[in-house]
Design a protein. Structure first.
Lengths: 98, 615
C-alpha cells in the first residue's frame, strides 16, 4: 500500500505522522484521510467540498514520490503500492513557505 | 524632500577624525532609489572607488532605512547595511529587523554613514541630535549579549536599541555579522568584519521623535488594508506565526532538495529530528515579532536540560541556560543537515553562539560542512583540526563555532570561509557557493530557478534575492515545475526586481507571502506624498539591481563569476525524488541576460544604464 507522510498540523487532525492507505489514486487517498480524520478535513482539502468535480484547495500540497501532483495528474494521479505520498497545507493548519 | 516617509537627514561620522556631520538626503535619489538598499547603493556609486579594499578606512559602512521603516505599516522594521563585503568583494547588502532601524529614524536620520577607522575601539551613541563617540575598550572582546547589557546600563536608557559586533567582527571573520536587539542579524557577507576593521564595537540609538507621513488619514487606511490582507493570507496569518521558517525542513526534504553533508546528497534521513514539528513539540516557548510586524515568525526556544549540560562552552559564563531564539530554517539546515547533524540541541547552541559571537550561521555551518567532507576524505587530519570532526558530530560543531569566533586553532581556517578553506588544502571543489559566499538551504539541482538566482545574485549566493522556491515548491503565485528551466529566467528577473524594491521600502520581504506590490504602493504614497505605481517600484528595483551589478563589474567581479560549482552542474543528485538531476545553468543564463537587456556576456548596456538614469 502507498505510504503517506503528513506534515505540520495535519498530523494531529488525522492522528498520525505517517500511515499506509489502501488507495489507487490521490483522490481515494484523501477520502481515506477524511475517513480517519473526520469530515472537517474536506474543508481543508477541497475548494468546495460539495463541488462536482472536486477541486483541490489552493493551500493543499500533495507530492507523489517528491513530485507535486500539479505536474502529474492532479487528484486523478494513480498510486502504486511502493509510492510515497506527502500531504501538507501551506497555512498553519499545514505549512508555510518562507 | 517630500512631506513624509523619509526624515530627510543623513548622519555622517568620520571615525578617523571623530568628526560628526549632518547633511540633507538627496531628494531625487530618495524618489528614484526609494531608500535602504537603494539609497545606500547610490551612495556607494557616487562616493566609493569600487576597487577599494573592504578593510580599508575608505570603505564606508552604511546603515540605511526606507521610507516605511518606523511607520505603522506592518513589517516596517527593516534597515540595510551596505558596504564592500570582505567575503565576496562585491557590493554587499545585509538586512535586519528588530527595533534598531525604527529607532534611527525616531532619532531623526534616514541613513548613517560611517567612514575611516578609529584609532582605538569606540562605540557610537545617538540620542536624537546628541551624537557622540565613546571609548569601547572595556567592551572589546565581549560577546553581543554582554555588550548590549553593559551599554543599556551605561546609557541609563534600557529601551535603547543596539547594533554591535562580537569577537567574530573584531577578529575579522570574513562572514561576521552585525547583531541588533541580541538576536536580529544583518547576517551575510561579512558586514560585521568591516565594522570590526573600523574599531567600532556598537551603535546605540534611541529616538524620541516620529516618522512624519504626508497624508496620515490615507496612511491609516492603507495600513489597515495591508494588515487585512496579511491576516487572511495563509502563510502570513497562520503558517509563519505557528511554525516559523523551520517548517520548510520537512517540505524541502520531501522534494528531495535538502542539501545534505555539503551537498553530497539532497535528502537528509534525519530531517524529522530538526524539523519545525520537532521544535514546536519539544522546545518552542513562543513566537516573536519585530517592530510593527503582524506576522511574528521569530522563534523563542529552549535548549533541553541534557543539551545545556552537553554543549556548555567556555566563552559564555552564564551560558544562557535554556532560553534562546531561532533557529530559522536556513540556520537549522546549515548547522544541521549540511553537517549531517540531527541533534536540535547542538543546533540551538551553535546558533546561540553565532548570535553572541556575531557570526553568519549559514556561512559558518557550510564552511564546517566543507571541512567535515575534507576530514572524512582524509585531507584534513585530527592533528590539523584539533578534534575529530566527522559529519554528524554535534560536539565538534559547537566547539568549532566557538573557535571560529576567536580564530583559535583550526577556527582560524574556518574563519576564512569555505572557498578559501578548500583552496588552502588543495580541494577547491568542496566550496558550495557563488562569488565566495556559501549557498543557503536549497539544492539548485532539484530547484532549477534557485540555481539561476544563486549564480546571478549581486551579493554572492543568496536565497532572498530571488526566492523562486515560492513558485517551485510552495506554488505561489503559480506553481512552476522545479525541474524545468522554461520561464525561470524571467521569474528570476521579476523576483530580483520586486525583492529589491521591497528591501528599499524598509519593509520585510516576508510580507510578499501575503501582500503584492499593489498593497504597498498606497502605503508609500501616503507616507511620502509621491504617487508610486507598481511599475515605478519594479523600475526602482531594476535600477538598484543594475547599479549594484555595474558597481561589481567595476570592482572586478567578472560576469564569469555567474556560475555554480561543478558538483551542481556535473554530479547528479545520487538518490531521492530528484535523483539524476543537475542544474542547467547554461540554458538559463543566456535567457537571463536577454531578459535583463544586457549584453550576451552579462554586462548592462549603455542604453540600459541611461534608461535607468545611472551614469
Amino acid at each position: 500500500m502507498p505510504e503517506v507522510k503528513l506534515l505540520g498540523g495535519l498530523r494531529s487532525k488525522v492522528g498520525a505522522e505517517s500511515l499506509k492507505v489502501d488507495a489507487d489514486s490521490v483522490h481515494e487517498l484523501l477520502d481515506e484521510l477524511v475517513e480517519r480524520g473526520g469530515q472537517a478535513l474536506t474543508v481543508l482539502f477541497y475548494e468546495d467540498p460539495l463541488g462536482d468535480p472536486l477541486v483541490p484547495h489552493r493551500d493543499l500540497r500533495i507530492l507523489v514520490n517528491g513530485r507535486s501532483i500539479a505536474f502529474l495528474s492532479g487528484l486523478d494521479t494513480p498510486l502504486e503500492k511502493k509510492d510515497k505520498v506527502t500531504v501538507h497545507l501551506t497555512g498553519a493548519r499545514g505549512f508555510p513557505g518562507g | 524632500m517630500t512631506a513624509g516617509g523619509w526624515i530627510g537627514s543623513v548622519l555622517r561620522v568620520d571615525l578617523s577624525s571623530g568628526e560628526i556631520g549632518r547633511e540633507p538626503l538627496h531628494g531625487d535619489h530618495a524618489r528614484d532609489y526609494v531608500g535602504g538598499r537603494g539609497i545606500a547603493a547610490r551612495f556607494m556609486w557616487d562616493e566609493v572607488e569600487p576597487t577599494v579594499d573592504p578593510f580599508a578606512p575608505e570603505n564606508p559602512l552604511i546603515f540605511a532605512t526606507g521610507p516605511l521603516t518606523g511607520t505603522n505599516a506592518s513589517c516596517g522594521a527593516r534597515y540595510m547595511v551596505v558596504t564592500k563585503g570582505p567575503l565576496t568583494g562585491c557590493l554587499t547588502t545585509s538586512n535586519s529587523g528588530g527595533r534598531w532601524g525604527p529607532e534611527l529614524k525616531f532619532a531623526g536620520y534616514d541613513v548613517l554613514i560611517l567612514e575611516g577607522r578609529a584609532e582605538k575601539p569606540v562605540w557610537l551613541w545617538i540620542l536624537d541630535d546628541r551624537v557622540e563617540l565613546r571609548s569601547a575598550e572595556h567592551l572589546w572582546g565581549k560577546g553581543v549579549f554582554e555588550t548590549e547589557d553593559i551599554l543599556r546600563r551605561e546609557t541609563g536608557i534600557p529601551d535603547c536599541s543596539i547594533a554591535s559586533i562580537g569577537p567574530g567582527g573584531e577578529n575579522r571573520v570574513l562572514y561576521a555579522a552585525i547583531l541588533n536587539d541580541k538576536f536580529r542579524a544583518a547576517g551575510r557577507s561579512g558586514v560585521g568584519a568591516v565594522m570590526g576593521s573600523k574599531n567600532l564595537k556598537a551603535i546605540c540609538v534611541r529616538g524620541t521623535g516620529a516618522v512624519p507621513v504626508a497624508d496620515p488619514r490615507a496612511m491609516m487606511a492603507a495600513q489597515w488594508e495591508q494588515k487585512e490582507v496579511l491576516s487572511k493570507a495563509p502563510l502570513t496569518s497562520e503558517g509563519l506565526p505557528a511554525y516559523g521558517t523551520l517548517a520548510l525542513m520537512n517540505v524541502i526534504n520531501e522534494h528531495g532538495a535538502l542539501p545534505t553533508r555539503n551537498y553530497q546528497q539532497a535528502q537528509f534521513e534525519h530531517a524529522e529530528n530538526i524539523s519545525g514539528e520537532e521544535l514546536a513539540e519539544t522546545r518552542l516557548a513562543a513566537n516573536k515579532a519585530c517592530f510593527a510586524c503582524t506576522i511574528a515568525c521569530g522563534r523563542v526556544s529552549r535548549i533541553s536540560d541534557e543539551g545545556v549540560e552537553r554543549y556548555t562552552v567556555r566563552t559564555s559564563p552564564r551560558n544562557w541556560k535554556h532560553a534562546t531564539e531561532g533557529p530559522e530554517y536556513e540556520n537549522a539546515w546549515s548547522l544541521g543537515a549540511d553537517c549531517g547533524i540531527d541533534d536540535l540541541d547542538a543546533i540551538l547552541k551553535a546558533n546561540l553562539l553565532c548570535n553572541d559571537l556575531g557570526l553568519d550561521p549559514i556561512s559558518l555551518g557550510a564552511t564546517i560542512a566543507a571541512a567535515m567532507e575534507l576530514f572524512e576524505k582524509g585531507v584534513l587530519s585530527e592533528e590539523q583540526t584539533g578534534m575529530p570532526m566527522p559529519f554528524g558530530d554535534g560536539e565538534a560543531l559547537v566547539a568549532l563555532t566557538e573557535a571560529t569566533g576567536f580564530r583559535r586553532g583550526f577556527g582560524d581556517d574556518l574563519a576564512e570561509g569555505s572557498k578559501r578553506l578548500g583552496e588552502k588544502y588543495g580541494h577547491p571543489e568542496v566550496f558550495m557557493g557563488v562569488k565566495g559566499q556559501e549557498f543557503p538551504a536549497y539544492d539548485p539541482r532539484a530547484l532549477q530557478g534557485m540555481g539561476l538566482g544563486y549564480a546571478t545574485s549581486n551579493r554572492g549566493a543568496c536565497h532572498l534575492r530571488a526566492y523562486t522556491v515560492s513558485a517551485e515548491v510552495v506554488g505561489e503565485p503559480e506553481p512552476m515545475d522545479p525541474r524545468a528551466t522554461d520561464g525561470k529566467a524571467q521569474l528570476t528577473v521579476d523576483m530580483q526586481n520586486i525583492s529589491t524594491a521591497v528591501d528599499a521600502t524598509g519593509l520585510c520581504v516576508f510580507l510578499t507571502f501575503g501582500n503584492t506590490l499593489s498593497d504597498l504602493t498606497p502605503l508609500l504614497a501616503a507616507a511620502t506624498g509621491i504617487a508610486y505605481t507598481d511599475d515605478d517600484l519594479v523600475l526602482a528595483g531594476e535600477r538598484i539591481w543594475n547599479l549594484e551589478r555595474e558597481w561589481n563589474l567595476r570592482a572586478g567581479v567578472d560576469p564569469g563569476e555567474d556560475k555554480l560549482p561543478r558538483r551542481m552542474l556535473e554530479e547528479p543528485i545520487p538518490s531521492g525524488p530528484a535523483a539524476g538531476e543537475v542544474n542547467k545553468l547554461a540554458v538559463m543564463l543566456p535567457e537571463y541576460y536577454r531578459a535583463r537587456g544586457w549584453t550576451d556576456d552579462g554586462r548592462p548596456t549603455r542604453d540600459k544604464l541611461a534608461e535607468l538614469g545611472i551614469g
